[in-house]
Write a protein that binds this ligand. Structure first.
Ligand SMILES: Cc1ncc(COP(=O)(O)O)c(C=O)c1O
Length: 455
């Protein structure tokens, strides 16, 4: 198997890998290969610096009449503006929280306040349980009927005809994933949102797994809510929720009385993780800079072009798309983020092709999900496999000893592993590729897997 870099990605992999200090680690003398991105990605130095810089200089609570508190308010406004550019919305539609799961439990309870027995919601068999259990719990509390959208077992894609058949005039909400964290399938989210809206239902989209792989555009999707987690796209351990302004204003959050009633802060409870929020602005800028590098050529890449967005916060006057020129530089950053994802897509596609070709040659190995290169636009570079006579845990342990970080089990995509009857026997081995992975890592992993299974 050749071990040299044979593709010429639009991304400058040398520059990229130099941004991430953790990538230089070794395990038992082997270079570490981080193929665990779906469980959480590594962070570039600028994110580490932003977090420690905040703690060193500005560590304070919000709303105080003194310097560090004012800096904290400005920093949070800047991070909100960055996420508004990342998601393509207005800053007051961006809610920060500890993680996607907590945000979804909170929002499901608030949405549940509007529902009554006889109402229906739809969840899918493909989703991570964080976009299922909160809705099941809310449905139990409110006497709401839950309908399940099934999958095509052969390629682990959502059965859209089945989904459509589960939506009717009683449906109040459709909860669906953007991409599967287990098998990599990318769902036709725009179509799902349109189906929900045609019946007057809300669409709640889990974009946690899609975040590192593709450009999220809530304005184009027209979704009512979309959740993601910054630790999956090169940032700190935090969750972010987009909600259309009309919903954030109409719905009643469970909250303490002294907290403001103004959006988005009324959805943010207690003191947030300020140091991590400082890291969010840095991670969005990292991605934007990738795009600037692609557009301008690597030598013109800046290290930091953060633009403060005080005008984005709590004005309520921005358009939903958040692209107006008076938004303090958002249009330029949004374009840079889009350019970054175009290049990321190209690089990940090359990695996926190489990985898929190599995996198909390993005897007794089964790949779950889409395997036909002609349909790679329907999936991301997250692969779930099983090999006869080897448990996923055994494989990931042996790979781990050789420096390859993979996952075994269900990764909370429990409904899928149960449905495919792999839950009892250890789930899948998951190999997750993101833009900082290389063809060399893919080749080395394939060689190691062949050695482990004696092929
Ligand atoms: C697709 C998907 N949805 C939701 C979650 C839950 O995210 P969080 O850890 O931010 O609660 C994960 C985490 O792995 C995920 O992969």
């Amino acid at each position: 198997m050749p071990v040299t870099e044979t593709i010429t990605p639009a991304l400058d992999l040398t520059y990229i890998r130099a941004q991430f200090p953790s990538l230089a680690q070794t395990v038992n003398g082997h270079p570490a290969a981080f193929l665990d991105g779906p469980g959480g990605t590594q962070v570039p130095q600028r994110v580490i610096d932003a977090i420690s810089g905040y703690l060193r200089h500005d560590n304070a609570n919000t709303g105080g009449a003194y310097a560090t508190s004012r800096h904290t308010d400005a920093m949070i406004a800047e991070a909100r503006g960055a996420m508004a550019d990342f998601l393509h919305c207005a800053a007051d539609e961006v809610v920060f929280g500890p993680n996607m799961t907590t945000l979804t439990f909170a929002m499901s309870r608030a949405i549940g306040r509007e529902l009554k027995p006889g109402d229906e919601i739809v969840v899918t068999r493909l989703d991570h349980d964080a976009n299922v259990s909160p809705w099941l719990a809310m449905a139990e509390d409110r006497g709401v009927t839950v309908r399940w959208a099934e999958i095509h077992d052969a390629d682990c894609t959502l059965d859209m005809a089945d989904l459509a058949s589960k939506i009717n005039s009683k449906t109040k909400l459709v909860a669906a994933g953007y991409a599967s964290n287990a098998v990599g399938t990318i769902n036709p989210v725009k179509e799902i949102v349109a189906l929900a809206h045609a019946s007057g239902a809300l669409a709640y989209i889990d974009a946690v797994h899609y975040g590192p792989h593709g450009l999220i555009d809530v304005a184009a999707l027209d979704c009512d809510f979309l959740v993601c987690s910054t630790y999956k796209f090169f940032g700190p351990h935090m969750g972010v929720l987009f909600g259309k302004r009309e919903h954030l204003q109409r719905l009643r959050p469970y909250k303490v009385r002294p907290n403001t009633n103004a959006i988005p802060n009324c959805w943010e409870w207690g003191t947030l993780n300020h140091e991590c929020i400082a890291g969010i602005a840095a991670c969005v800028e990292y991605i934007a800079d990738l795009g600037r590098g692609v557009t301008n050529g690597a030598t013109n890449r800046t290290t930091d072009k953060r633009v403060p967005h005080p005008s984005r916060l709590s004005k309520g006057g921005n358009d939903a798309a958040g692209t107006s020129e008076n938004e303090g530089g958002g249009t330029e950053r949004r374009a840079a983020i889009a350019a970054a994802y175009a290049a990321i897509h190209e690089h990940e596609r090359a990695l996926l092709e190489r990985m898929m070709t190599g995996l198909k040659r390993i005897p007794s190995l089964k790949i779950y999900g889409i395997t036909d290169p002609a349909r790679f636009h329907e999936r991301c570079a997250t692969l779930a496999v099983r090999i006869e006579n080897h448990t996923p845990l055994e494989l990931s342990t042996k790979l781990g000893e050789r420096g390859f970080f993979t996952w075994d089990g269900n990764y909370y995509a429990l409904n899928l592993t149960e449905h495919l009857d792999v839950e009892k026997s250890g789930g899948f081995l998951r190999i997750g590729l993101v833009h900082y992975n290389t063809i060399d890592e893919v080749n080395r992993l394939l060689t190691a897997m062949r050695e482990i299974v004696g092929a």
